[in-house]
Design a protein around this ligand. Sequence first.
Ligand SMILES: *[C@@H]1O[C@H](CO)[C@@H](O)[C@H](O)[C@H]1NC(C)=O
Ligand SMILES: *[C@@H]1O[C@H](CO)[C@@H](O)[C@H](O)[C@H]1NC(C)=O
Ligand SMILES: *[C@@H]1O[C@H](CO)[C@@H](O)[C@H](O)[C@H]1NC(C)=O
Length: 241
Amino acid sequence: MTLHVVLCLILGPGCSSLGSGAFMEHGPFQPGDNGLLVKNGYSWNLESNMLYVESLIGVGFSYSNTSSDYLRWNDTQTAKDNLRFLINWLEEFPNYKDSELFLTGESYAGHYIPQLAALLMEYNKNPNIKPIKLRAIALGNPLLDLDTSVLAGDYLWSYGAISDETLMLRKTVCNDSKYLHEYVHWKLSQECKDVFNRASDEISLRCVAYDDLLLPNCLSSSSAEQFWPKGKHGKIHAMAS
Ligand SMILES: *[C@@H]1O[C@H](CO)[C@@H](O)[C@H](O)[C@H]1NC(C)=O
Ligand SMILES: *[C@@H]1O[C@H](CO)[C@@H](O)[C@H](O)[C@H]1NC(C)=O
Ligand SMILES: *[C@@H]1O[C@H](CO)[C@@H](O)[C@H](O)[C@H]1NC(C)=O
């Protein structure tokens, strides 16, 4: 049986699939104490061949010797680069040409993966090539667009992380969608700043981490450790937040 191939693109422009995906999430090894690597019992490579791609140019180990390449990037170009990578990789490792391919990713990969999949399906229509066997795509907490994918107010409230009043402000004054639209255009309004500062104050007072509501954040490290899987993820989370 040929194991399938999972190509994994993690997080947004600037985030390393190797650093985040392979070493913090589902690769075979994770950083342990004293700078040593420990085996990850839940590694995805127990089920499939994993291909972590540092995308786009300039992220992680990915580089170009042409400096203008660093200025031309956008989603269209990224999808093209990723397809070219995949085609060349299959040329380099032809054993995998008959494997089914799964494209996976999280967060901003909500853009990268569907766009790469669409381009790949176009490529497959070419009569002179051996089609790449794209089987499925999978997205985790994907950023699809700024209007539907980001509204976190109700969720934070349902965990008791923000108050009734703050939830109401997020619904009436500034929701996540408005905040992000302003933020990405460098036009953050005072009202949005106020609402989101208020939320983050409440979240930290309630001893939860913004990016992991189940992780107790204010306990002494020794009592908190019992909640952390083997202690090692907790350290990574504590560093990341
Ligand atoms: C880029 O430049 C470095 C240093 O000169 C060289 O080792 C490397 O092979 C070059 N890479 C490519 C893709 O041309
Ligand atoms: C993306 O970048 C490429 C290469 O620089 C350029 O040809 C293309 O017009 C850009 N696309 C968009 C939507 O900006
Ligand atoms: C978020 O806020 C914007 C701007 O006030 C509004 O147009 C939009 O309908 C709101 N979204 C939701 C889901 O409430």
